[in-house]
Design a protein around this ligand. Sequence first.
Ligand SMILES: NC(=O)c1ccc[n+]([C@@H]2O[C@H](COP(=O)([O-])OP(=O)(O)OC[C@H]3O[C@@H](n4cnc5c(N)ncnc54)[C@H](O)[C@@H]3O)[C@@H](O)[C@H]2O)c1
Length: 261
Amino acid sequence: MATSAGMLDGRVAIISGGLGDIGRAIARALAQAGARVALGDVRPSADASDLLAELRTLGRGTRYDRVDVADADAVEAWIGAVAGDLGVPDLIIPNAAIVALADARTITAASWSEQLRIDLDGCFHLAQGCAKRLLAAKTSGRIVFIGSWAADRPHRHIPAYCVAKAGVRMLMKCLALELADADILVNEVAPGYVDAGLSGRIFAAEPAKRAVAEAVVPVRRLITADEVAHHVLALCDPCDRHRTGTVTLVDGGLSLLTPGN
Ligand SMILES: NC(=O)c1ccc[n+]([C@@H]2O[C@H](COP(=O)([O-])OP(=O)(O)OC[C@H]3O[C@@H](n4cnc5c(N)ncnc54)[C@H](O)[C@@H]3O)[C@@H](O)[C@H]2O)c1
């Protein structure tokens, strides 16, 4: 597995949702491997200061931009600012997402649309904008989408999230096919139950749900944000030149379960 310091020297990573739990872990992992790291999120700049300071101690360039990934023009401006400051991003990590609990019978049109615009369209805006620049510069690159095991496993109460993640998976495959001959490799890391971020907050508020989740997962443990980042780093390993269009499923065996078995 890829872990070596210096493996990503000279590379420029761009991470949406970079101030979330998984985004932060990915930022640390890629910076420790030598990449300059650009973070984008909707949160105020003050929320980025601790992470930026930490990344700077590694001696790498870094920056934070407040950006809404649902806004195509804002994402385009963000990519341009990063390219001018740190260089054209060649490690692209569409990671920002939200989830709202509402079943398919009661979800509002506004909530449905908001989740699709952030969780799916936002990934497209970042991936397309960066791919165009890489193609123009005739530079190779990697795109690693943060998907979910929910992409092909329906869940009650989060239909829009499931549909968005299914869309991200097909987007990943379409881009992998289209960009392969430009040496831009495109893959997805699909976590199961993470003890951080979106589900970590639910587990923290309702510890009983955490215990149930741990008991259900066949490996009997939840994945950490650092473990998700570890798989993202592996997909950025420059020595890995053939893997594209794949899903790295890290769900501890959740997808293997069938009712009553
Ligand atoms: N936590 C889990 O259990 C889990 C499981 C599977 C997949 N994932 C995926 O991991 C990724 C990261 O999620 P997380 O768990 O770290 O959650 P998180 O809430 O900690 O991080 C998500 C970040 O995205 C940002 N964001 C939200 N809307 C945005 C927008 N419009 N523009 C820019 N940024 C925006 C948030 O401010 C937040 O910092 C997501 O794609 C999520 O679907 C998480």
